[in-house]
Design a protein around this ligand. Structure first.
Ligand code: IPE
Ligand code: IPE
Ligand code: MG
Length: 240
């Protein structure tokens, strides 16, 4: 595994098929802002910039799939003005990302229970997904996403289809992440060591990496540290 800075040219491929999919629980925006005497909304705005920088970096080092946890099914419990700020940031991203995604070879997908969003936004999300589908780097943005809601939604779809002998493959095929390999590495910033309802089914054999770094401060060097930790581990998948 080569991770030296000088070898990271534009076309460098620095991860291999062992690390196809990296997922991020982007936590710590609010605390980052509060530490600076700023409103939490400022942390979300800076966090959105960090997200773009990290996505670009992951693409550059050869990651094929990246998933980010942007808004959980439980985040509606926040004060309405904070929820509104985050929704505005997500809507801005959706309205502006199409051209950029194309330029940067990104296939942007949105995962979660999207039915709560406006028709306009949903159509825009579907359009971006469709029009960028040929790009090699897949970026899943989880919004109004909850692992339990996703499993419930998959069960409901299987029941609707009259399925009786349900297999693991049936369930996986009805998750929002269908067609995407399971995450190899899940990184959580912000110091907490919990899953918070993220990718419950898909994380069965994921490696976890927790860091105290608050999301707005998270840098390409921090990605390197997480990747290095991943490659230092021995994944046994139940074997020896
Ligand atoms: C993560 O940062 C962003 C979302 C959950 C939307 P937080 O807003 O949770 O920041 P902290 O954890 O309160 O610092
Ligand atoms: C997890 O962060 C959700 C996202 C990053 C979108 P939270 O800040 O919501 O998690 P908890 O509440 O601390 O578990
Ligand atoms: Mg948090």
């Amino acid at each position: 595994m080569v991770l030296e800075k000088e070898k990271k040219g534009e076309d460098a491929v620095l991860v291999d098929e062992r690390l196809r999919h990296i997922a991020f629980i982007m936590d710590g925006n609010g605390r980052w802002a509060q530490k600076r005497g700023m409103p939490r909304s400022y942390g979300h705005a800076v966090g959105a910039e960090t997200f773009r920088r990290i996505a670009e970096y992951c693409r550059k080092i050869g990651i094929r799939y990246m998933t980010v946890y942007a808004f959980s099914t439980e985040n509606w419990n926040r004060p309405p003005d904070e929820v509104q700020t985050i929704m505005n940031i997500l809507a801005d991203y959706i309205h502006n990302c199409a051209e950029k995604a194309e330029d940067e070879n990104i296939h942007v997908r949105f995962i979660g229970n999207l039915s709560v969003f406006s028709q306009d936004l949903r159509e825009k999300m579907e359009k971006i997904d469709r029009e960028t589908a040929h790009n090699p780097f897949c970026l899943n943005i989880a919004m109004n996403y909850g692992g339990r809601e996703e499993l419930m939604h998959a069960c409901q779809a299987l029941v609707r289809d009259g399925k009786i002998d349900i297999t693991e493959a049936d369930i996986a095929a009805n998750l929002y992440t269908a067609n995407c390999p399971d995450p190899d590495l899940i990184v959580r910033t912000g110091g907490d060591t919990r899953i918070s309802n993220f990718l419950l089914w898909q994380s069965a054999y994921a490696e976890y990496y927790f860091t105290d770094v608050l999301w707005p401060d998270f840098s390409p060097e921090d990605v390197d540290a997480a990747v290095a930790a991943f490659y230092s581990r021995h994944r046994r998948f139940g074997g020896v």
